[in-house]
Design a protein around this ligand. Sequence first.
Ligand SMILES: C=C1C[C@]23C[C@@]1(O)CC[C@H]2[C@@]12CC[C@H](O)[C@@](C)(C(=O)O1)[C@H]2[C@@H]3C(=O)O
Ligand SMILES: O=C(O)CCC(=O)C(=O)O
Ligand SMILES: [Fe+2]
Length: 334
Amino acid sequence: MVVSSPSPIRSVETRAIGLPIIDLSRKRTQVSELIVKACEEYGFFKVINHGVPQEIIARMEEEGLNFFEKPASEKQQAGPANPFGYGSKNISFNGDMGEVEYLLLHTTPLSISQRSKSISNDPTKFSCAVNDYIEAVREVACEILDLMAEALWVPDKSVFSSLIRDVDSDSLLRLNHYSPVERTNDCDTPPPSSLHHHQFQTNRIGFGEHSDPQILTILRSNNVGGLEVSFEDGVWVPVPPDPNSFYVIIGDTLQALTNGRFVSVRHRAMANSFDSRMSMMYFGAPPLHSWITPLPEMVTPLRPCIYRPFTWAEYKKATYSLQLGDNRLDHFRR
Ligand SMILES: C=C1C[C@]23C[C@@]1(O)CC[C@H]2[C@@]12CC[C@H](O)[C@@](C)(C(=O)O1)[C@H]2[C@@H]3C(=O)O
Ligand SMILES: O=C(O)CCC(=O)C(=O)O
Ligand SMILES: [Fe+2]
């Protein structure tokens, strides 16, 4: 367990708490039980000793940074993100906005290779870096999903991972870039010298509060903080950045498959006034035609089935018709 450091002053209360850390190099039975506990209590955990070579992460990061440092007019050639490509400030089409620019890609090699031409001056190098990264994080995601199935005593240990291993999986890759935001000081008078400068730092919403709709998300960021998670009490918990680890975010689809035993965590990302942050996210999703229905082992007389069956395509359509912060899964309750 770690204790995250206190955040600077914000308009909304935040609290430092210990967040679960899963060491993938530890004994398999222990790891799987700890993962299930983290998914039930938090829907969120950090993964260390994940085995993805640093070189694969560094090449992906370099491609992302190369893209975001291009002039706006060149980046716009990869946009608009409808739904894939480059976007800035507008998140999807329903009026959600944030202090963020992003690249949103489908994870199939064909789609990456087609998109790469409008993203990079060296499309082959870009495609290789992205494909290698996707393959590596997909393996981590599948390993984690198999460990979950083991501790849940589900007979088919690949029940979750087979959905994102499927060639028709609708998994996505997203790079988010948060540039330093301008400090907005309401009063013209300088801050009293007794106050430390960081108390005047302005943090603005980069990517607003939401849960991820997919099965699970594997997030890696540079060494700049900004990610925050919120549990049942609604208080925001800052997540300490760690470029050598991944954070795992449980998505709505896994909440539905486990009949609400795992929780999809609400999270958001803040932009700060000093440092650029870049996050790279793999969203593991099923094929569009897959049926999502609570696993029979998760349904008992004491825990009756709470969600009606739906396809991923149906869920995705509902997602895109709603606002970022809406609770989509509630629309699929029985
Ligand atoms: C406002 C929206 C953006 C989003 C689609 C949506 O209508 C609601 C969910 C959003 C989200 C959050 C997680 C991922 O970043 C994302 C790609 C996804 O699958 O759902 C985004 C969507 C997006 O940016 O298009
Ligand atoms: O950039 C981040 O750290 C989080 C962004 C996010 O939650 C998302 O893209 O779904
Ligand atoms: Fe998210």
